[in-house]
Design a protein around this ligand. Structure first.
Ligand SMILES: CC(=O)N[C@H]1[C@@H](OP(=O)(O)OP(=O)(O)OC[C@H]2O[C@@H](n3ccc(=O)[nH]c3=O)[C@H](O)[C@@H]2O)O[C@H](CO)[C@@H](O)[C@@H]1O
Ligand SMILES: C=C(OP(=O)(O)O)C(=O)O
Length: 430
């Protein structure tokens, strides 16, 4: 199992290229199941989640070709993925495959919309919470599918096809909105999705579906209207910039100090997080090439933040902000409202000397002057990178174990950070 070694104390200077968003690339790849034609996706990040999903789609009969742009031996920029679901050979997504990644459950929507049936293993709970799929199944039921839970599988059928309907999500759900959008695109008649998620990755999926011939209005707002069509065609689409990767590297600079251009980043996708970073003492400016982040001289100021669906502060940046606040000059408060168990990083940050007190869904962080490097363990994707952020400012050496969590969502993290001056390397095996 690979590990990452970091020796803290170096400021960061230079340029970090921002990759395509994992959380957009995954539903976009799944959307290939909706058409017999080829879907070409550019700017797809090189991540283990992407290769796992390619394997899952391959099992359904999708022909997937991945081609990267090379820069020396390192693939630093996104890859182009061609997906062709000419014929779907299997409408079952087995437990062994679905359990490797949660988003793979979303294949249920295009499978039932195009083939009239799907049998998809229920995803397991994971480190950050129970993560039920009741709202995703409710959306399919509203569109006329019948659902049976049998031996751990959701068995869905719609022999006469899906029919447009009103879908009202009692709670904002990103996965539920992706599922509703894909299914409604091939349903007969009009669907209105109420309380839809407004995340940029939803907008990216809707934009791609529109290129494929879908009729969608209102994406990016909380009411989306979809008028179904009988067939979708192939398209070419570039994956939107990763706002979570952007926010993560902005926090790395805020922690280590320095001056870095986040190339290709789009500020409007993470305004709430950028506002918090300015409050914390970072200087942020938008340029034609991306976002420039600086912190020179003065210390980190404490903040009080609550996670919320977009456009609020993203839960996927909560752990990273906590990593940064471990060194603030004062007391910060971070409240997590999306997932009930997304604080696994607290005990690992404590190994580096952080002072964090948990009370229900709120963490109180007393900033300390000094963090000290230590061996720590990655527990989930964003928790892992919060340890990297803390390690950048810790005295001495930190080794982050179980790096496979990081590899799910950060493309070449150690290459990108060492290119701007961090003392960081991947240790293979061990
Ligand atoms: C691959 C991907 O894009 N993952 C993102 C997606 O996850 P995901 O789509 O799984 O997250 P949701 O937006 O669906 O979850 C939001 C909340 O709704 C609850 N819920 C959800 C579905 C359901 O049927 N019933 C239910 O109760 C969840 O437990 C959670 O408390 O959005 C999350 C919230 O922004 C992000 O943290 C994840 O990174
Ligand atoms: C929680 C995340 O991903 P997933 O929904 O795939 O677990 C994430 O990207 O932070």
């Amino acid at each position: 199992m690979d590990r990452i070694r970091i020796t803290g104390g170096r400021p960061l200077h230079g340029t970090i290229p921002i990759s395509g968003a994992k959380n957009a690339a995954l539903p976009l790849m799944i959307a290939s199941l909706l058409t017999e034609d080829e879907l070409t996706l550019a700017n797809v990040p090189r991540l283990s989640d992407v290769s796992n999903l390619a394997r899952i789609l391959g099992n359904h009969g999708v022909d997937v070709t991945i081609a990267g742009k090379r820069n020396g031996d390192e693939v630093l920029t996104g890859q182009t993925v061609r997906l062709n679901a000419r014929s779907i050979v299997d409408t079952t997504a087995p437990y062994e495959l679905v359990s490797t990644m949660r988003a793979s459950f979303w294949v249920i929507a295009p499978l039932v919309a195009r083939m009239g049936r799907a049998k998809v293993s229920l995803p397991g709970g994971c480190a950050i919470g129970t993560r039920p799929v009741d709202l995703l199944l409710m959306a399919l039921e509203r569109l006329g599918a019948t659902i049976d839970i049998d031996a751990g599988y959701a068995v869905v059928s719609a022999d006469k096809g899906l029919k447009g309907a009103e879908i009202d999500f009692g709670k904002v759900t990103v996965g539920g909105t992706h599922v509703a959008l894909m299914a409604a695109s091939l349903a007969e008649g009009t669907t209105v999705i109420h309380n839809a998620a407004r995340e940029p990755e939803i907008v990216d999926l809707a934009d791609c579906l529109i290129k494929m011939g879908a009729r969608i209005k209102g994406h990016g707002t909380s009411t989306i209207e979809v008028t179904g069509v009988s067939r979708l065609r192939g398209a070419h689409h570039a994956v939107v910039a990763d706002r979570i990767e952007t926010g993560t590297y902005a926090m790395c600079v805020a922690m280590a100090g320095g001056d870095v251009l986040l190339e290709g980043a789009r500020p409007e996708l993470l305004q709430s997080a950028l506002d918090v970073l300015v409050e914390a003492g970072a200087e942020i400016s938008s340029t034609n090439e991306g976002i420039r982040v600086k912190r020179n001289g003065h210390g980190i100021s404490p903040v009080a933040v609550t996670t919320d669906p977009f456009p609020g502060f993203p839960t996927d940046l909560q752990a990273q902000l906590m990593g940064l606040m471990t060194r603030a000059k004062g007391t910060s408060r971070i409240t997590e409202t999306i997932f009930e168990n997304r604080f696994m990083h607290v005990q690992e940050l404590a190994r580096l000397g952080a002072h964090i007190h948990l009370d229900g869904q709120t963490a109180t962080i007393e900033g300390v002057d000094t963090l000290k490097g230590a061996p720590v363990m990655a527990t989930d994707l964003r928790a892992s990178v919060s340890l990297v952020i803390a390690a950048l400012a810790a005295q001495g050496e930190t080794t982050v174990n179980r790096v496979y969590h990081l590899d799910r969502g950060f493309e070449r993290l150690e290459t990108k950070l060492s290119a701007v001056g961090a003392d960081i390397e991947r240790l293979s095996g061990g």
